[in-house]
Write a protein that binds this ligand. Sequence first.
Ligand code: 13P
Length: 377
Amino acid sequence: MDEQRLIETAQALVAGDRGLLAMDESTGTCNKRFAPLGIAQTPEARRAYRDMIVTTPRLGESISGAILYDETIRQQTLAGVPFAQALEAAGIVPGIKVDKGTKPLAGHPGELVTEGLDGLRERLAEYVSMGARFAKWRAVITIGPGIPTRGCIEANAHALARYAGLCQEAGLVPIVEPEVLMDGDHGLQRCADATAETLHEVFLQLRAQRVRLEGMLLKPNMVLPGLAAAEQADVDAVADATVRCLLRNVPAAMPGVAFLSGGQSARLASARLNAMNVKYRSRVPWALAFSYARALQQPALEAWRGEAANVPAAQQALRHRAECNRAARRGRYDADRDAAPGDGDGEGATLAAAQSMAPAQGDPNRADAKRGAPRQR
Ligand code: 13P
């Protein structure tokens, strides 16, 4: 293990104001996103979609790393460049999802465990040879009557730690993703409790497996009420609960927190990240960054719809969301001026809004603490 290289890669992924793009949907999940839009569910359609993403002009200004899927890392742009190399050329570090998805956890009705440890050492070696420099493994924790159980949290945390150890052995920075799902009608506090218990166990297991905290990243959920909860929380309440939970359970040696979006709207995901950086950026030991899939991609997917003629509009939509989240890292996202195409609120696209949030020349990373957190949308 080249520890210094691991640390440098982990730090580079969350340096400045850029963040990660998760484009690692499994074939099944990608097809599920394509189906409602009438997009063909074929390897070529998935390749064309990922081609649109990877070739987006100036994406590297806002995106530090992109997470690929096994099928995608073996595919190429129309110009014949493997996606991992095309990303590197765009200034984006290529990564790879290495878990094999979830299965029901035996003896634990309603709960899931992530599989993929068997043969992982060999698969990691192949991904390294294909250009990957970091990896991702997602564990899923479900909130419901009587769940999550200790058994589920321990099994998933143990697998995450085993995966992280193998990644570091192979020279890959592990992104450790324990996702407490938003599904359900539970309140904010239940999510806070489940997230706290999960993170506490994850870091115990990471320690037991001798994972170097300086050479990894955490990809957690934000602390949110369930999607079906009667009472939704405002942006500041989510920011406060999330940072409080992280401060209590995440060691300072770990360089960065890159949130998943988990089914939040694109604009809420930006607004909540922004509020955390406005209020806490100077008081937390880790970078507060993003590693969104849906909250970055959905407007672009809806603009693309499988048509080559729509590629420029889709790329504009993707760049817009990436720039909004880059602004959120600086605490400069302005929800009132962000009218994102395809975000379900009927407003038109105003790329100018995100451009106006771009950093001033010569002052790329300054957080503007004077600007208040945006209103809830
Ligand atoms: P979402 O941002 O859509 O939750 O996806 C993030 C991710 O990588 C899930 O594993």
